[in-house]
Design a protein around this ligand. Sequence first.
Ligand SMILES: [Zn+2]
Ligand SMILES: [Zn+2]
Length: 304
Amino acid sequence: MKITFLGTSAGIPTKNRYLSALALQFENSREWILFDCGEGTQYRLMQTPLSPFNLSKIFITHLHGDHIYGLFGLLASRGLSRAEKDIEIYGPFGIKELLNTVFRLSQLNLPFNMKVTEILNEDILSFGNFTVEIKKLSHSITSFGFIVNGVQKRGRFDVEKAKMAGIPEGPLYGRLKRGETVTLPDGRIVDGKDFISAPRRGKRVIIGGDNDNPFIFKCKDVDVMIHEATYTQRDFEKLPRKFMHSTAKSVAEAAASLGVKRLILTHISPRYDKNDKIDEILDEAQKYFKGRVEVAYDLMKIDV
Ligand SMILES: [Zn+2]
Ligand SMILES: [Zn+2]
């Protein structure tokens, strides 16, 4: 999987950071998926090789403006560019009404079909080569997180093992690779499955929405956890009003308890970006999570 961060600010954009959005693309596929679509998403996309023509699915974590106000512009531009490929949109209850109202009042007729599905409960959606597990989060309005499970990879054919067993190279290897049972020239009968390693699980990525309880995710074998860390714990405690967000400390502790391999913090309050204090978020997280941890920035790309 390849992930590109398109917006990493919380609430209000800054000069460097647009609002929440990230793109996910599987290997060997031109299609890509968008998670959240804050304002600025379509501008950031122009700075990447990702074409809105190949956008197939959109998942919206919640209906706060910093996660969805870019969606109308992106879809309208995609329509005006005559993209015809259908698009699936998943989001919380209310997203249908929101989209229908905007498009009806703007008299916008799109040249592609939009299949909008409202998420009402936790669920697992299967898309053939990957699944998306939906988790209900803790935020001031209904908010969801997504656990993306990549396709399980088939086991590998162990050429060395076949050679050691004295199996002559050639067409027999092809049949063994397919798991067939074959009779060797010397009369032995061998089962291809004995030369194929166990299937490897697909990669697993947590993509959290706004959430003040990162411990909600209770899954194992997480390759990457992407979660909001709007504040440091110290600043959060000083806030006169709490907005149901996570801190670098709480996310780092949750990531440590889940044993995630790599933690990426995003949805950073503009107060850190404007004052050149992003390192405060990182430093705090590093105190509580000893694995690889980074603070995302716009157009940051990672391979999972
Ligand atoms: Zn937000
Ligand atoms: Zn929110």
